[in-house]
Design a protein around this ligand. Structure first.
Ligand code: CA
Length: 273
């Protein structure tokens, strides 16, 4: 699983050529307040806001989540959802797209524009293919098509809280070409004098690609290891849309990506110098 990167300062290896990517190691271990939120800290309450105007469905989801150990609450209206997220900063939002007063896509765009990093799982009607894609492009981490069972939903929510195993993680700070700096721990991209928030999912994809930069990473790899799907035998456009979004944040020129390279017919590969 390790990328095989030569990292020993005293190893018997010849000095590598000057790398394109400079990775700055932080002091280790990091103080707790700089660590990304851990999915394994069982003591912390995991809060979920359910935004769904079908009341019976909303209550069913809320119950199932609470039984599974989450702290779930429900709102039935779009504008109230926005207010609730801003006031309570839930860890995850289950977001229906068709809602009174403001639709889910607009809610999501507003929240991501504000830098809200809550994980977002959108709920779409079977026929809503366009909505699904717009939702992912607006910053949703995952989606479920109605109808679904509460158990399926709980499993998907659980998966969202699992982070990539960071045991052989890349450095937390990446210095990329074009004066772009990525802080994986703080979930931030610094470029052109701006700070662009990364979602936990985007940070995980980036870390995974870098960890496996010695090979091509397939969409199935990402769905199994980053999204934690049990089977990757499903739509892969979730992956592709996330890659497009990630390139916009970390590539000097997202129209001509050089860091996250597409390997035609296979997947993606992190360009490692
Ligand atoms: Ca609805």
């Amino acid at each position: 699983m390790d990328s095989g990167r030569v990292s020993s300062p005293y190893g018997p290896f010849p000095a590598p050529p000057k790398p394109l990517i400079t990775q700055v190691k932080l002091p280790y271990p990091l103080p707790p307040e700089t660590m990304p939120q851990s999915a394994h800290s069982q003591s912390k309450t995991r809060t979920v806001l359910v935004v769904e105007d079908e009341q019976a469905l909303a209550l069913g989801i809320e119950d199932a989540l609470n039984v599974a150990g989450f702290q779930a609450s429900v709102v039935h209206d779009g504008k109230l959802a926005l207010e609730s997220v801003r006031a309570n900063a839930p860890d995850l939002i289950v977001l229906d797209l068709m809602l009174p007063s403001m639709n889910g896509i607009d809610i999501l765009r507003n929240l991501r524009a504000d830098g809200v990093r809550s994980r977002v799982l959108i709920l779409t009607a079977m026929a809503g293919e366009d909505d699904l894609i717009r939702g992912l492009e607006a910053g949703a981490d995952d989606y479920m098509k109605k109808p679904f069972s509460p158990r399926e939903l709980v499993a998907r929510v659980e998966a969202q809280f699992r982070r990539v195993n960071m045991d052989s993680s890349p450095a937390e700070i990446l210095e990329l070409p074009g004066d772009i700096r990525v802080d994986l721990a703080r979930l931030e991209v610094h470029r052109d004098g701006q700070v662009i928030p990364l979602t936990p999912r985007e940070a995980d994809i980036l870390a995974y690609l870098i960890q496996h930069s010695d090979r091509v990473v397939t969409r199935d790899d990402l769905l199994l290891d980053v999204w934690h799907y049990k089977s990757a035998n499903i739509e892969t456009r979730t992956v592709d849309i996330h890659i497009v979004g990630l390139r916009r944040k970390v590539e000097p020129d997202a129209t001509q990506p050089t860091l996250i390279q597409t390997v035609r017919g296979k997947g993606y590969r992190w360009h490692d110098a």
